[in-house]
Design a protein around this ligand. Sequence first.
Ligand SMILES: [Fe+2]
Ligand SMILES: [Zn+2]
Length: 421
Amino acid sequence: MLYNSSFLRCLIGSQLKPAGSAAAAAIWLRQPRQCCSLSSAAAAATAGPATAEIRYPDGKLRRLSCAWLRFNCRCADCHNAATRQRVISPATALAAGKSPPRLSQLPDSSGVRLDWSDGHVTEFAYSQLESLLSPDGGGSGRGRSLWTRSAGHPLEGTSAIRPVPLSELESAPSGLRTVLRNLWSCGVATVTGVEATEAATEAAVRQVAPVMPSLFGGMWTFTADGSRQDTAYGSDAIGVHNDTTYLHNGAGLQVFHVLEPAPVGGDTCLADGFQAAETLRQENAAHFHLLASAPVFHQYQEFEAGQPTHHTRCLDTVLKLDPESGGSLYQIRFNPYDLDSLAAVPQAEVAAYLAAYAHLSEILNRPESQVWLSLRPGTVILIDNWRLLHGRSGFSGRRVVSGCYVSRDDWTSRARVTGVL
Ligand SMILES: [Fe+2]
Ligand SMILES: [Zn+2]
C-alpha cells in the first residue's frame, strides 16, 4: 500500500485531533518536549503523546510515531531474530504507542532506550533505526544514473558500462556484482563470450538469477515465423515499449541474445523510461501526475482455432513512484500495443489521459531518448524491464533471437545479498 507523507502525518496527528485537519498537523508539530534530561545535543530524545523526537549524536532529528517505534521493537518478545519475522501484533503496538515511552540514551551512546508505561523496554541502535526507516537500500533510487543519447549513455563512450566476460561471471564475485551494478545504475548489462545457442544463453543467465517462467515458456528462441500472436514474432519495426505490461508481476529483466543477425535491419533500440518520465515531469507536471495516478488495463490474448488460449489483464498505472523516497520512479509500464480500450478511465478524462500518454510517447521517441545497437552473436544483453524500454527496426531475411525473462524479485534479491543494493 502506498502512503504519501500527508497521509502519514494525518495518521500520527489523528491521535491529537481529527485526521486530515490542518490544525492536527500544526498541533502535532508543536508537541511539548517531555524528556528534559535528554536535551543535550548528543542525547537522545523527547517524547509526546503520539510521537517521539530522537536526536542523533550528529544532530539529525527523527520525529517518529510511538506506535511505529513499538511496532518495530526488536526484543525477543516482539521479533523472532532467527526467522527475522515480527511477533508483536499491530493492535498491541497501537495500544502501547498511545502512552509515550521514557527515552534515554544507551550507555555507549550508540542508540536509544525506550521504557514503555507497560514495563516493556525497547532498544534501538541509531543505525538500526535508519535501516528500519529505509528497508530497501535501492528503493530510493540511490545509485541510479539516468541517461539520454548525448548525456553519457551506458553503451558507448566514457560512461559506457563494462561488458562482463562469461568466464568472469562464472568464476569471480566481481563478475556478478558488475552485472547487477550495471543493471541497477543504468538499466542494462552485457555478458560477452557466450556461445550462440539457447543452452549457452540460459547458462549465462542462470549465473545472474533463475529464468522466469511465463506464458512464452522459460527460454525462447524465435524467428519471424508468426508462431505467437505477438509483434515480436514478425519482422516489422516495433516502437519502444516495456514487455509483459499485462502481467501483475511483469518481467524484471528482458534478456536477448541475437544468435543470427538479420542480413538487413533488425537493430535494437533502448530508451531510459525513468529519464523520459522525469522529462515529462519537468515539461508538464499534470501529465506526469495523471500517468502516475490513473490505473489502466493492459492485456494479452491468444487464440487457437478461434478458441481463446491466453487472456491476461493487469490494472496498474503507467508510472509507479516509490513512496519511501517521496516520488522517485519505481516502475514504468509503457506499451501502447497492449494498452486496452481505456475501460478503467472515466469517459470525461479519456482525452486528458491520451494527451498525457501521447506526451510521454513523444518524449520516448525523440532521437535524444533513443540508443540504437546492432546486437551480435556472443553478447547477451540484460535489460531492466521496469525501467528501460526496447524496440527494434524492421528487417528482412532470417533473424534468430534467443532470450528469456527474469523476475524482478529474483534479480534484486541477488543484488541485495551481493551488496549492490
Ligand atoms: Fe518486447
Ligand atoms: Zn519488544
